[in-house]
Design a protein around this ligand. Sequence first.
Ligand code: G3I
Length: 397
Amino acid sequence: MKLRRWTAVAAVAVATAAMLNTVPATAGRPYDPTAQSLGTLGQRHGLHIGTAVDMDALADPADPRYRELAASEFSSVTAENVMKWESLEPTRGSYDWAPADAFIDFARRNDQRVRGHVLVWHNQLPGWLTSGVADGSISREELRELLRKHITTVVSRYRGRIWQWDVVNEAVSDPWDTPSTLHYKGFWAQHLGPGYIADAFRWARAADPKALLFYNDYNIEAFGSGDPANDKTQFVYDMAKRLLAEGVPIDGVGSQGHLGTQYGNFDTFQVAAALKRFSALGLATAFTEVDVRSRLTEGVLAGDSEEINPRLQASASNFSVLLKACLADRHCLSYTVWGFSDRHSWVPDWFDDPPEGLATLYDEQYRPKRAYQEVKADLIFAGPPYVLPRATHRPRR
Ligand code: G3I
């Protein structure tokens, strides 16, 4: 009798844990949250944990672990490159949809949400477009029409398959740019004026009434302490507020979250305060491209653990700062890393002088790093009263 009672109690405990944690406990084995994927643990809070996906690595038969983890560890995915204009329309009027279709299909088969990246950006534009503008064979009016056509064509093709779209990316300058006064930068502002931003959101909305439409940028993790006129986060905040006041269907702001351990960065309260100000405008937020790189000093490259350990711990701490702030704000809907393994990270190619790296959750052999453990711990231990289920965000008309 006694044994039966305890078995019953144990069974209830397991069931309760499973119900509480929306994760089936394996009969007889105590529920072990550390055995769950980041995506599954994020669901405890309704928060989607995502990754950028490199389609070349995904298709590489010699790299099966990449595909396994991309499919199993994350509940949301973003195409690292194949949904960018240069990939989709390499030749004017002829589209190469295959890599993007394969990406969308991968997400569907793994029941993952998709963050569409990216409709309007000054980088990775097709050569025929930039050279046509440069040599004057593409007029301003034609350029605007080409942009409308691109957004309409891409968004219509994937209507109903995209949860969040990065409609406009990195449209705002940085204090170190010239002129240093913050302004709208890049190809589109230069050739169409800043009005292209509102146009892009309206065209995207017309093509997909359901996708959440985001403005996405880097270095907007927190408001600055100095002159607001020099504060990029303030500029993006004011821009979003103005777009909302003009009835532009912007639903959210994405903070990329590309950090470096050599910089001061932010504490969780500073990041949480920034998210709160954006959500107070009625906007959703998301961390869209999180990675935390470190300088690859000679000591690091020589394998000196006294050089490596502090960097791995600092990287983990910064991943956690952004995640804790996101967990604490019900309007922060997703937390996406920009690649999950140091084996496939844009950082070493981009930051090569001085060299930087060690930026992701897994090392080159797909061994989870301190950063992975801290992200997992944050998802497991977070809960009421400070971490609540996500708020519902509906697309603006
Ligand atoms: O596809 C060509 C390939 O044909 C060629 O052989 C190879 C060798 O040069 O280059 C390949 O193109 C590369 C492309 O990634 C695809 O792998 C480009 O050179 C390379 O510059 C490009 O880098 C991407 C970068 O955006 C371009 O700006 C990175 O993978 C990607 O992670 C990065 O992502 C951006 C986000 O979209 C926006 N926010 C910042 C983030 C990091 O820069």
